[in-house]
Design a protein around this ligand. Structure first.
Ligand SMILES: NC(=O)c1ccc[n+]([C@@H]2O[C@H](COP(=O)([O-])OP(=O)(O)OC[C@H]3O[C@@H](n4cnc5c(N)ncnc54)[C@H](OP(=O)(O)O)[C@@H]3O)[C@@H](O)[C@H]2O)c1
Length: 269
């Protein structure tokens, strides 16, 4: 599989979900490595705060679930900053679902941001990447996309879809000179974890996650997964036959036995 590293000569980096957590840390990591970085999220004030005065970081608010908003942001970036060379599709929401009383609107919101958000970004940048035989598109999925997890029937399904989507894109776009890559983080200590009711082993900081993603796009390989002592173990568990791995996941996450499992919280973010 050919590597196609992200290159600053192709244009600026565009990081979505960059007002908080992994995206905010990554925007600074890329700026420190010499990139001109455009940051997007819905909240303009939080986006400006996350910039912390860095001259190389240019906040341009956008709602990734809104096709027109993403298209307008891409046009604004090209007009005000220049060509786009790297997209990190990082914006995402974790909305826990209680499987005993599912709320379809949580699935809709999850898929609108986590999946359609990436589709809107692809539509906004890919024709230009292909025409220039340039550019790199990185998708932030999750280790939750490897297989089922309690409360994650919406979130995990969206992240599994992104793993599949990234593979399809990689297969098609390699011959067009465009890079495609994927990250599948385990637990990262960000506000998104506030709604997660089960144990979070081997949690890493947003800065550690940012370094891993920045290294990954610089290398140009396909998947980066971290922390590997957790995500490789998870991959091994999910490779077991389902009659073995489902009870194992149930027990490890606190959903085994007779006692009431931890209730999912709903922040509505
Ligand atoms: N934290 C973890 O343990 C973990 C593990 C694996 C994967 N991930 C993935 O990593 C990514 C970042 O997660 P995080 O933990 O850093 O989350 P976070 O701290 O909650 O940040 C989420 C970011 O996404 C933005 N966002 C939400 N909805 C948006 C929308 N419709 N349009 C544009 N931006 C939107 C938020 O800003 P606004 O609300 O202002 O828009 C914020 O900047 C997500 O895709 C997440 O699924 C996280």
């Amino acid at each position: 599989m050919a590597r196609r590293p992200a290159q600053q000569a192709d244009g600026c980096a565009w990081v979505t979900g960059a007002s908080s957590g992994i995206g905010a840390a990554l925007s600074h990591e890329l700026a420190d490595r010499g990139w001109t970085v455009v940051t997007s999220a819905r909240g303009a004030d939080a986006l400006s705060m996350a910039r912390r005065g860095a001259a190389a970081i240019h906040p341009i608010p956008a709602d990734v679930s809104d096709r027109d908003s993403v298209g307008a942001a891409a046009a604004r970036i090209r007009a005000e900053i220049g060509p786009i060379g790297l997209v990190v599709a990082n914006a995402g929401v974790y909305l826990p679902v209680d499987a005993r009383a599912p709320d379809a609107s949580l699935y809709r919101r999850t898929f609108d941001v986590n999946l359609m958000g990436v589709a809107h970004l692809l539509e906004a940048v890919m024709p230009d990447f292909v025409a220039r035989r340039a550019g790199h598109f990185h998708i932030v999925s999750s280790a939750t996309g490897f297989g089922g997890m309690p409360t994650a029937s919406a979130y995990g399904a969206s992240k599994a879809a992104l793993i599949n989507m990234a593979e399809s894109l990689k297969i098609e776009l390699e011959r067009c000179g465009v890079g495609v890559s994927l990250s599948t983080p385990g637990f990262v200590e960000t506000p998104a974890q506030d709604d997660n009711a089960f144990p979070k082993p081997f949690m890493v900081s947003p800065q550690q996650a940012a370094v891993r993603i920045a290294d990954a796009v610089a290398r140009g390989g396909f998947e980066t997964t971290f922390p590997r002592r957790f995500t490789w173990l998870l991959k091994a568990i999910y490779a077991l036959p389902k009659p073995l791995h489902i009870p194992l996941i149930r027990r490890q996450t606190g959903w085994g036995g007779d006692k009431e499992p931890p209730a999912p919280t709903k922040s509505g973010r």
